[in-house]
Design a protein around this ligand. Structure first.
Ligand code: NAP
Length: 319
C-alpha cells in the first residue's frame, strides 16, 4: 500500500493525512477495550496518527494500545502522531499544564504531537464534564481563549507538546489567535463532510498556513442524536454511483474527496474491516466531475452543534 501523505508541521515528523478517530462514548456502544483493540488494529494496518481527547474518556486505552505496539516492536514512538485536546472545563490559564497532564498521564507516550483547544468557549472550571445549573443551562466560564493559547504555547516551550492548534474555532476567532500569538496554530480541526463543505473556513486556514482536519468525515451516521430526516452519506445516490464506478466503498469516496481538498481525515471505527478500508484510499483518484458532483451535496448541515454552549460569548456558530 502507498504510504500515507503527511502535512509538514514544524517540530513534528509530519502530520499523516489519515488518522484514526476515537470518539465513542456518545454512541453508547463502545467499550474502552474496543477502543484499545481498534488502535492496535489501526497501527497494524498502517495508521500512524491517532486522534484523542480527554473528554472521550478512553485515553488510557489508547495509551495501552500504543505502549503494546511499541513493546511488540511494530512502531517506535517517533513513528506515531498523537493528537489530544484540552477540555472546556480546563480553560483556566493557571491550570493548563496540570490539566494537560490529565491526558498525558493516561496516554503515557512521553509527549503529545498536537494539542488542540477543543472548543473556544469554556464551562465552569473543574472536572465535571458538562456542568449544568438547576435551570438546565450549562454553567460557563469566560476565560479568554487568547489566555488559554498562552498556556498552550508554554507547553511547546517545555517540549511536552510538539505543536498546538485549535478545534471548532470560526474565522474571526482563528484570526484573533493568529494576530495575537507567539506560536502560530498549526492546525484547525472542524466538522467537514459532503453535507458540510466549510469552504470559507477551510480556505481561510489553508491561505494562512494552518492545516485543516475534518472530523466526522463520514457524517457520523451512527450518532445517537441523529434526526430522522438527517441526510446519511451511505444512502446518497451520487456517492453510491461514484463508489460503484470506482469499485470503492462510499466511505472511501467521502474520505478521498477530503484528501483531494488537502484536508486531513480522522474517521472513527472500531470495526477491523472498516479500519482497513478507511486507510485504503491512496490507489484511486476522483475526477474533476466527480469532485464537482460531491461538492453539489453541500448544504451547510452540521451534525455537531454543541448546543448547550449556545449563548456563550465564544459560541462559534453564531456568525
Ligand atoms: P465519523 O468518523 O464520520 O463516523 C464514525 C461512524 O462511522 C462510526 O459509527 C463507525 O462505525 C462508522 N464507520 C466508520 N467507517 C466506516 C465504513 N468504512 N463504513 C461504514 N461505516 C463506517 O464520525 P466521528 O467519530 O464523529 O468523527 C471522527 C473523529 O473525529 C472522532 O472519532 C473524533 O476523534 C473526532 N471528532 C472531533 C470533534 C471535535 O470537536 N474536535 C468532534 C467530533 C469528532 P464503527 O465504529 O462501528 O465501525
Amino acid at each position: 500500500m502507498a504510504s500515507v501523505p503527511v502535512i509538514p508541521i514544524p517540530g513534528t515528523g509530519g502530520y499523516p493525512m489519515i488518522g484514526l478517530g476515537t470518539f465513542t462514548i456518545f454512541e453508547k456502544t463502545g467499550s474502552n477495550d474496543e477502543v484499545k483493540e481498534a488502535v492496535r488494529c489501526a497501527i497494524d494496518s498502517g495508521y500512524r496518527s491517532i486522534d484523542c481527547a480527554l473528554v472521550y474518556q478512553n485515553e488510557d486505552s489508547v495509551g495501552q494500545a500504543i505502549a503494546e505496539k511499541i513493546s511488540e516492536g511494530v512502531v517506535k514512538r517517533e513513528d506515531l502522531f498523537v493528537t489530544t485536546k484540552l477540555w472546556d472545563t480546563h480553560h483556566n490559564p493557571a491550570n493548563i499544564r496540570e490539566n494537560f497532564f490529565k491526558s498525558l498521564n493516561k496516554l503515557k507516550c512521553g509527549y503529545v504531537d498536537l494539542y488542540l483547544i477543543h472548543w473556544p468557549f469554556g464551562f465552569e472550571d473543574g472536572d465535571e464534564w458538562f456542568p449544568m445549573g438547576k435551570d438546565g443551562k450549562a454553567r460557563f466560564s469566560d476565560h479568554d481563549y487568547l489566555d488559554v493559547w498562552k498556556g498552550m504555547e508554554k507547553l511547546v516551550d517545555e517540549g511536552l507538546v510538539k505543536a498546538i492548534g485549535l478545534s471548532n474555532f470560526n474565522i474571526s476567532q482563528t484570526e484573533r489567535v493568529l494576530q495575537n500569538c507567539r506560536i502560530k496554530p498549526s492546525n484547525l480541526q472542524i466538522e467537514v463532510h459532503p453535507y458540510l463543505s466549510n469552504k470559507k473556513l477551510v480556505d481561510f486556514c489553508q491561505a494562512n498556513g494552518i492545516s485543516v482536519t475534518a472530523y466526522a468525515p463520514l457524517g457520523n451516521p451512527n450518532r445517537t442524536w441523529a434526526g430522522k430526516d438527517d441526510p446519511i452519506v451511505f444512502e446518497e445516490p451520487i456517492l453510491k454511483e461514484i463508489a460503484e464506478r470506482k469499485k470503492k466503498s462510499i466511505a472511501q469516496v467521502c474520505l478521498r474527496f477530503l484528501l483531494q481538498r488537502n484536508i486531513v481525515v480522522i474517521p472513527k471505527s472500531v470495526t477491523p474491516k472498516r479500519i482497513k478500508e478507511n486507510i485504503d484510499i491512496l490507489d484511486f483518484e476522483l475526477t474533476e466531475e466527480e469532485m464537482k458532483a460531491i461538492w453539489s451535496l453541500d448544504r451547510g448541515k452540521r451534525f455537531y452543534l454543541e448546543s448547550i454552549a449556545k449563548g456563550h460569548k465564544y459560541y462559534p456558530f453564531d456568525e
